[in-house]
Design a protein around this ligand. Sequence first.
Ligand SMILES: Nc1nc2c(c(=O)[nH]1)N[C@H]1C(S)=C(S)[C@@H](COP(=O)(O)O)O[C@H]1N2
Ligand SMILES: [Mo]
Length: 223
Amino acid sequence: MSDDKDGEAINAKLIAAKEKWAREKRLITGETDEAHVHRLPPGQRQVTNWPVLDLGLMPDVSKADWRVSVDGLVANPVTLNYEQFLALPQTENVSDIHCVTKWSRFDNLWSGVATRELIALVRPKDEARHVVFHALDGYTTNVTVEAFAAEDAIVAHMWEGYPITRQHGGPVRIIIPRFYLWKSAKWVKRIEFSRDDRPGFWEVRGYHNDGDPWKEERYGPEK
Ligand SMILES: Nc1nc2c(c(=O)[nH]1)N[C@H]1C(S)=C(S)[C@@H](COP(=O)(O)O)O[C@H]1N2
Ligand SMILES: [Mo]
């Protein structure tokens, strides 16, 4: 009997505590960003490996032979070799990647050059609105200059502290975490600023032009 009473007393205490939390709105973070409320975009599942997806050509370029041009509608076009690329200010960031084939991988550590650093170097002209990535396998993909300039966008040469492998686009690839991974060109050789939008390899084959995983922009509007 007295056990029951103790139990009730404890319950009443717990309930009162939770009621107090509710009144105080305890545990509410104030974050309204979708990415923090639901970390997995709609239709995605989490993986812990890193699948390889590409056209299957897998260019094999050594660091000694690798070059990247950043050009088009810019005041100061440049072509950098690997050594010059590494001499630019380096940055690290952590981001989640989301593939249109429905896998997402959380917490990837990238090292490389922030896209903002490249923008500061080449100084895009006012008319530049779009960026086209050209890769060594002939692949292209397009983003807006605004998307290219995102704080977490990076021209990466390391993943988790290791050089990015050939399979994943090494020596150097683009990472733009806010879009599906098809926007992140592997084996990048040219970053071109342009006035007009130029849909890339998958964008002209039915993929969405923007590719925001949070809006599930997998495929483009019907034509
Ligand atoms: N150069 C190049 N970049 C590319 C591709 C490609 O075929 N060639 N495929 C894209 C697609 S569709 C995806 S899903 C991602 C896959 O990157 P991962 O193989 O490192 O996972 O690379 C993107 N970047
Ligand atoms: Mo993809």
